[in-house]
Design a protein around this ligand. Sequence first.
Ligand code: CA
Length: 230
Amino acid sequence: MRLLVVEDDRDLNRQVAAALEGAGYAVDRAFDGEEGWFLGDTEPYDAIVLDIGLPKRDGVAVLESWRKAGRTTPVLILTARDRWSDKVQGFDAGADDYVAKPFHMEEVLARIRALLRRAAGHASSELVAGPVRLDARAGRVTVNGVAVKLTSHEYRLLSYLMHHAGRIVSRSEIVEHLYDQDFDRDSNTIEVFVGRLRKKLGVDVIQTARGLGYVVEPEAEAGGKRRSAR
Ligand code: CA
């Protein structure tokens, strides 16, 4: 999962980006509305943290032009504490959620997790594929209940595939969602990552769709299982 943080307060930008990176996301940063708008308009982010009070172009205007251009990326806005009008304008412009300053970083992380899983159509922060469980809250992966240690890139890759279970994800799409913009990207390394991931998991949950990419099969609906057992 790859995120964008748009915040002109450099310290706050750094803190938010560091917290998100610590939680396993690839993070790009922008410091004014113009740069933020451009990145959000051209890069395929999974979610965006957007400050409302920005130089060059304010957050509401940035959000409005993304939405007008059909960009549906989930956006969490950062608002000043007492500015209720920021929240109203933000939601009207297409924000998905907000956090008022000053905030606890844990709240930003929780709201981002919720936006990401809702965007992917999941109700729970724990994703399941066969014996593999990915707890997005703890950043933990288990296989048959046993914890598996993954590198941040491996975790990001598995998390992306599991969030999009049932859909074939191409290597170029994985590359775009695995690395921040400064990273030297190479889609050939994805095969290596998938190989390592399969080895560490020890089970066959990542299927290769030859020539197309990779897919994790979605978990069957609990209701469906119950019906067939009857
Ligand atoms: Ca600001």
